[in-house]
Design a protein around this ligand. Sequence first.
Ligand SMILES: [Ca+2]
Ligand SMILES: [Ca+2]
Length: 214
Amino acid sequence: MKRSERSLLPALLSAAIVILAFGFSAPASAQTAAGFLRGDSNADGDVDIADAVKTLMYLFSGEGIPCLDAADVDVNGSIELTDPIALLGYIFLGSPPPDSPFPACGLAPEGKPSLGCETPQCLPQLPGVEPLWVWMPDNCRQCEPCPTIAEIVADLESMGIQVFDSKYISRWNVCLACGCPTGMFYCVLVSEEDAESLAAMGVGWSSGPMPGGR
Ligand SMILES: [Ca+2]
Ligand SMILES: [Ca+2]
């Protein structure tokens, strides 16, 4: 990193949190972070033949599926050939649609088998709460690893901030001695109310482009 860029770090790291408001509503509990659309195996927001193909590739070629619950169309707690068959039956033959959550994103229904959802696909509707992607600056100690995103989320939740999703860390390698990062931004999805709580704790925010780009 150039000297001029290093000189900008303090300003960057003290920069305001940048909040990107999304047009959907947030869930009420941590469980709701794992919102998904049943049948949407490839996590593109639609349920179509590509999802059946994705599940077949998972079964026979070892491809990953970002949210296993989404691929379990018949909700029997396992992903089998019956799942893409059921989906194709719905698409082409008028068979019953996938079980809840469908046709809108939502939570896994209680009392039914769940395979988990490592990468939530969407956020279920909950009127009155707006989720916000929050970019937050943080400092790392020189020549020591930055906290992981999981540690950051744990810290926020220990402060009573509910984190629905997290997905990005931008780091600057500014230590010439060891090349370690000494500054970073991270991105978490919190409710608008919790964003205000963060501001009350002394962390300001403003709208604008994502710091660090991408
Ligand atoms: Ca899809
Ligand atoms: Ca199944």
